[in-house]
Design a protein around this ligand. Structure first.
Ligand SMILES: [Fe+2]
Ligand SMILES: [Fe+2]
Length: 324
C-alpha cells in the first residue's frame, strides 16, 4: 500500500524501511519545491503595521507593560533575529549535510539524491533568510545588528562529533516544524510575506527532520559506547554554545528595541525587556525543541538513562529560566 507523503510535521516518523524513507523524502521534495522570488517574495514588501512573529514565540505577553506598538516592534526585532539565526545555523547544517551526502557517494544513490536535495534546500533557505532581513532593513528604523558570525559559529559547531551535530540539527528542524504548526500558522495578524516565508520553509523542513533522524541512527550504528558517550558530551557543549550566542544576540536586540521604541520605559521595565528577550530566545531555539515528543522519543532510544541524566542536568538552568 502507498504510504502518505512525509509532509505533515505533526505525525511521528513513519515506520517504513530506511530506503523507502529516503525515496519518499525525494518525492516530497520534488512536490513542494519553491523559488524565493517567484513563490515567496512575489514583488512584495514587508508591512511594518504587522507583527513578524507570533506572541507564542516572542513571549511579549509576559511584558504586560508594553503598549501595542511596542509589542509589534519587539516582534519585528525578534523576527529579524529569527531569520538571521536560522540563516546562521543553516550554514553549519549545510556544511555537515554536504559531508554526509559525500558519504553516500558510492553507496545508495537514492540516499545520495535525498541528501543532495537537503543540502541544496538549506543553501536556498540561507538565501531566503538573507533576503527577508534585507527587506526588513529597508523599512525598519536603523539600530538592529546581528552580532553573530555564521562562519565562526559553523566552525565551532563542526568541530564537534557528527553524532552531536546531527542531534542538534534534528532538534532545530523539529522545533521549526513545531513553531509553524502551533503558533505561526494560526496567527492571522502576522505580516503575510513573513508568514509565507516561514510556510515555504516549513514545507521543506518536514523532509529534513526525517533525513536527520535517518542519518543520526546511521551514524549511531557506526559508533561504540565510548564514542556515543563523547557524542553526548559534545551535544551538551553545543547546547551551551548556542545558549551563549543567544545571550549575546538577546542583549543586542533588547538594546535595539529600547533605542527604537516610542514608549517611555522605567529602568525596571527595561531590565524586564532584556530578560524577556533572552527567555524568548531560549524558548525558541532550545526549550521548545528539546521538549518536543518527536525529539525526546528518538533521544530516548539512542541514549542511556545515565546520558539522559547528564543532558537533563545541563539543560535544567535554561529550562528553568524559560519556565520563569
Ligand atoms: Fe532550513
Ligand atoms: Fe532544514
Amino acid at each position: 500500500m502507498t504510504q502518505p507523503a512525509p509532509e505533515s510535521p505533526s505525525s511521528a516518523p513513519p515506520p517504513v524501511p530506511v530506503a523507502a524513507s529516503y525515496a519518499r523524502c525525494i518525492e516530497a521534495s520534488r512536490r513542494v519545491r519553491w523559488d524565493i522570488e517567484h513563490d515567496v517574495i512575489r514583488g512584495r514588501r514587508l508591512d511594518l503595521a504587522r507583527k513578524f512573529l507570533p506572541d507564542g514565540l516572542t513571549l511579549v505577553r509576559e511584558l504586560a507593560f508594553l503598549d501595542a506598538d511596542a509589542r509589534r516592534l519587539l516582534s519585528q526585532v525578534q523576527g529579524r533575529t529569527y531569520a538571521n539565526i536560522f540563516g546562521l545555523i543553516e550554514r553549519a547544517i549545510a556544511a555537515k549535510t554536504l559531508e554526509l551526502t559525500r558519504s553516500h557517494g558510492l553507496g545508495d544513490q537514492v540516499a545520495l539524491e535525498a541528501m543532495l536535495r537537503f543540502t541544496e534546500e538549506e543553501l536556498k533557505h540561507q538565501a531566503l533568510f538573507r533576503r527577508l532581513d534585507a527587506l526588513a532593513a529597508e523599512d525598519m528604523p536603523p539600530g538592529y545588528a546581528f552580532v553573530l558570525d555564521p562562519d565562526a559559529v559553523a566552525r565551532a559547531v563542526l568541530a564537534r562529533s557528527t553524532w552531536a551535530v546531527i542531534a542538534l540539527t534534528l532538534e532545530l528542524e523539529i522545533l521549526t516544524l513545531a513553531h509553524y504548526r502551533s503558533s505561526i500558522e494560526p496567527d492571522a495578524a502576522l505580516d503575510p510575506l513573513w508568514k509565507d516565508a516561514l510556510l515555504f520553509h516549513w514545507k521543506e523542513e518536514a523532509q529534513h527532520a526525517i533525513l536527520d533522524e535517518l542519518e543520526w541512527r546511521r551514524e549511531h550504528a557506526t559508533l561504540d559506547d565510548a564514542a556515543r558517550d563523547r557524542g553526548v558530551d559534545d551535544l551538551i557543549a553545543l547546547v551551551r554554545t548556542i545558549d551563549g550566542l543567544l545571550v549575546r544576540q538577546a542583549a543586542s536586540d533588547a538594546g535595539c528595541f529600547l533605542q527604537c521604541t516610542g514608549q517611555a520605559l522605567t529602568a525596571t521595565e527595561a531590565a524586564a525587556v532584556h530578560d524577556g528577550v533572552l527567555r524568548a530566545y531560549r524558548w525558541q531555539y532550545i526549550a521548545g525543541g528539546v521538549q518536543e515528543p518527536r525529539f525526546t522519543e528518538v533521544m530516548k532510544e539512542l541514549v542511556t538513562p545515565a546520558q539522559k541524566q547528564r543532558l537533563a542536568a545541563a539543560l535544567a538552568p535554561i529550562l528553568q529560566h524559560v519556565a520563569g
